[in-house]
Design a protein around this ligand. Structure first.
Ligand SMILES: Cc1cc2nc3c(=O)[nH]c(=O)nc-3n(C[C@H](O)[C@H](O)[C@H](O)COP(=O)(O)OP(=O)(O)OC[C@H]3O[C@@H](n4cnc5c(N)ncnc54)[C@H](O)[C@@H]3O)c2cc1C
Length: 322
């Protein structure tokens, strides 16, 4: 094993939570193997944010400035920096952009990438990556024979560390821009849908089909407001247009890892559960006592959301007001 490179995805000039989780894991492995953990940024960030990278174990913080996101351009920077620093392991946060980039970087190195990694074991004969399949009912263990090994990480699988105390040396590098980009982003238009940052939210209220009626949905909204938390939905709720697409959680939506997830009228299908299983604490309200969500819930409330939610909201408001 050689030094490990982590690509740090930024949002509003700060690392997204999954970037810090990914960097923390890379740094733990680097420390255990007496290697360096190198963080790569494509934009300058504040000293406070640099400190966060150092706390997550970055020994070196390499900055290659680019004006805006372009998948080919970003992949090329990761490719060139990996070669320059003789990197054998590239860790990429498994965001939508991260998954795009990982495949492209792997293609450039004529190798493959393993995506959605939830556990990593370094052994004498190689590195084993655990990834979920079939809605996390099956776990795959894979290895990559050819270095550099490129992986994307799963949200919430690794702890964000603040105690790793890397050297944090900042290095600016100049990588020539690609001359012949196949796709150029001319303009970025913000969607009408309000931006929902579910991945970083500490509390998430989820609305399932059982709570999406005109009668119950306002109560779900009120509960979310009481917690000051975003509302997410299961796929049928999104398909019915009750909530926007960017609020879908699950296999074909977002993978989340809040401290508290509250599912209202959610049955607990594997495709949904695979997106919430890294939550620290799960509360489920469902009127069917046999609903599968109760198998993973820390607290299960059997009852009608129309009756339970007003009581729940009242209690939360009482606590918050005190
Ligand atoms: C390829 C594929 C990908 C998919 N991707 C996703 C995904 O990313 N995310 C996702 O969520 N789903 C996904 N699905 C769909 C998934 O299989 C389920 O159909 C979906 O998660 C079920 O949503 P639900 O729990 O809201 O609805 P239902 O399964 O219909 O459950 C509704 C629940 O509400 C309860 N209920 C009804 N009324 C009340 C009430 N008044 N009070 C309390 N409880 C009540 C019922 O008992 C029931 O358990 C995918 C499916 C496929 C095939």
């Amino acid at each position: 094993m050689n030094n490990i490179l982590t690509y740090v995805e930024l949002k509003d000039s700060a690392p997204v939570k999954l970037s810090l989780e990914t960097l923390s894991k890379a740094s733990e492995i680097a420390k255990e193997n007496s290697k360096e953990s190198i963080a790569l940024l494509l934009e300058k960030i504040s000293d406070d944010e640099i400190k966060n990278l150092q706390n997550a174990g970055a020994d070196k913080i390499v900055i290659v400035e680019r004006e805006s996101y372009n998948m080919e351009e970003y992949s090329n920077v990761i490719f060139e920096i990996s070669k320059k620093y003789e990197i054998e392991d590239v860790f990429i946060p498994g965001t939508l952009d991260g998954k795009d980039i990982a495949a492209n970087v792997a293609a450039k190195f004529d190798t493959v990438s393993v995506t959605n990694v939830m556990d990593i074991e370094v052994e004498n004969d190689g590195i084993k990556y655990t990834t979920p399949a079939y809605g996390a009912t099956v776990l795959n263990i894979s290895t990559i024979k050819k270095a550099p090994r490129i992986i994307t990480t799963r949200s919430g699988a690794f702890n964000k560390r603040e105690d790793l105390n890397g050297k944090g040396e900042v290095v600016e590098e100049n990588i020539e821009k690609l001359a012949d980009l196949k796709a150029i982003i001319r303009d970025i238009v913000t969607s009408n849908e309000a931006e929902i940052n579910l991945e970083d939210a500490p509390i998430i209220i989820a609305c399932g089909r059982g709570a999406s009626s005109d009668e119950i949905f306002p109560l779900v909204k009120e509960l979310a407001d009481a917690f000051d938390a975003p509302i997410s939905g299961t796929r049928p709720v999104i398909d019915d247009g009750v909530l926007p697409k960017n609020s879908q959680i699950g296999q074909s939506g977002k993978i989340v890892s809040p401290k508290l997830y509250i599912g209202c009228g959610v049955s607990g299908a594997v495709q949904h559960v695979s997106g919430i299983e890294n939550s620290d604490f799960i509360i489920a309200i469902n009127k069917d006592e046999d609903a599968p969500i109760f198998n993973i819930a820390d607290i299960g409330i059997v009852g009608d959301c129309a009756k339970i939610l007003p009581l729940f909201i009242e209690e939360v408001k009482k606590i918050r007001n005190n």
